[in-house]
Write a protein that binds this ligand. Structure first.
Ligand code: GCU
Length: 426
């Protein structure tokens, strides 16, 4: 396909992905005006269940943080039922120097989760900068439709796993095909990251677990005990996959495993956040419009709410999350406390002005609500006291950027990501 045609496709996809995605959005109207947000009271992240007020790092680390983490397992994402598999193996498939006009090296690695090629596996696609001091910091994030959709490289194999398929509604099993090569490349500006001294590592989420309620057995949850009440959903599985990628990165001599920025867009942003909440090796977190079940506050009920999330996307969460549909005020945690679980690690929250479904203001408030925890830990929180205006970059340790536009990942987002990482990961 010509580069012109690809460019036109990327623009079209950008427009399409600015629309609320088909699932859920049209079923029932949601709150889209600020004046319709009901009054709510957020739980205080610094008050333990027994009433103890957290005033020091030790009490946070040993008492409050574990009890919050447990509550997120119980009420939202479910308990992760698998650790690092004993037999897991890594196989370097290929290494190609001089990609992107000499800016980087491409490395492909198979993560054999069951230790064998015919078992469950996840293929990592890595780009590492050719120049600069070793080891390098990297961005680590999952992609929706396969590594070969993130760039036009003709050598990347077309995989056989589940893919969501942008041309289809979510939850349809779209078979990867040659025609999709590079369709998401506008969201993956590898050369730009390489130029700035960062590596980028990705894998397809569908290799960890297909995004369909009745197909969990094919994914990594199928390796653990049958999920019962309180057990993990697909977000937990995808988050687990990010930790396995991290296991590999710790073994790679050119990667600085202490400087891994985990990121994710939309549902994959929810997964990145949940991964970092559980796995403290992930040094920096970037939420790209993670919305409800991500950094947006549940109790605001603006845009997507728990009923929407759990009606068609219930397989993403702990079964008990559905109990809070229409009863968000009965939840004992809200999403600002998910951000607090990352403290004092840096987190960047990216929103879009017209992405009402993800509640951009609620995403800011999710970060803002974690500020007291960051400050108690002696770190800078979110410095903006009011919701920042569009294009105003707040680069405090809890960072925020409201990009003009809709639900997408743009080059502008990457520029902000790199600036944030330059400040907090160097
Ligand atoms: C749907 C869903 C969101 C999710 C998004 C995505 O719109 O309702 O919660 O973030 O899909 O992953 O693109």
């Amino acid at each position: 396909m010509s580069s012109k045609l690809r460019g036109a496709m990327a623009v079209l996809l950008g427009i399409l992905s600015g629309m609320p995605w088909a699932i859920g959005a049209e079923d029932r109207p949601t709150i889209t005006r600020e004046q319709d947000v009901p009054p709510y009271r957020l739980p205080d992240p610094l008050v333990c269940w027994d009433g103890t007020v957290v005033k020091d790092r030790k009490t946070w680390q040993e008492k409050r943080r574990p009890e919050l983490l447990k509550r997120f397992e119980e009420e939202v994402y479910g308990r992760t039922r698998l650790g690092r598999p004993a037999g897991m193996r890594f196989v370097v498939r290929d290494e190609k120097k001089g990609v992107f006009g000499g800016l980087g090296t491409q490395v492909r690695v198979g993560v054999l989760l069951e230790g064998r090629e015919d078992g469950r596996k996840m293929e990592l696609l890595m780009y590492l900068p050719a120049k600069g001091r070793l080891p390098v910091p990297v961005f680590l994030g999952l992609n929706f439709d396969g590594n070969y959709t993130t760039t036009v490289d003709p050598d990347l194999p077309v995989p056989g796993h589940y893919a969501m398929g942008l041309f289809h509604n979510a939850l349809t099993d779209h078979r990867p095909e040659e025609a999709s090569r590079g369709i998401h490349q506008h969201q993956w500006p590898y050369a730009y990251a390489l130029e700035h001294g960062y590596g980028v590592v990705t894998a397809a989420y569908g290799e960890i677990e297909p995004d369909a309620p009745d197909r969990w057995k094919e994914g990594v949850r199928g390796l653990g005990p049958e999920p019962g009440p309180g057990d993990w959903g697909s977000i937990g599985a995808w988050a687990w996959g990010l930790s396995r990628a991290m296991d590999y990165l710790q073994t790679h001599p050119r990667v600085d495993a202490r400087r891994v920025a985990v990121f994710g867009f939309s549902r994959l942003g929810k997964a990145a956040l949940w991964a970092a909440a559980q796995d403290e090796r992930l040094a920096l977190v970037i939420s790209q419009q993670s919305g409800a079940g991500g950094v947006a506050l549940s109790q605001r009920l603006f845009g997507e709410d728990v009923e929407h999330l759990t009606t068609k996307l219930g397989h993403w969460f702990a079964p008990d999350f559905a109990k809070f549909a229409g009863k968000e005020s009965e939840m004992t945690v809200d999403q600002h406390e998910l951000v607090a679980l990352l403290a004092p690690r840096p987190i960047l929250i990216l929103s879009g002005t017209t992405d009402h479904w993800s509640d951009p203001r609620g995403e800011y408030l999710g970060g803002r609500g974690a500020d007291p925890v960051y400050r108690m830990l002696g770190s800078e929180g979110l410095s903006a006291r009011e919701w920042p205006r569009p294009s105003e970059f707040v680069d405090s340790r809890v960072g925020y950027y409201l990009r003009p536009g809709g639900h997408d990942v743009t080059f502008e987002d990457w520029q902000v990501m790199v600036r944030f990482a330059d400040r907090h990961l160097r």
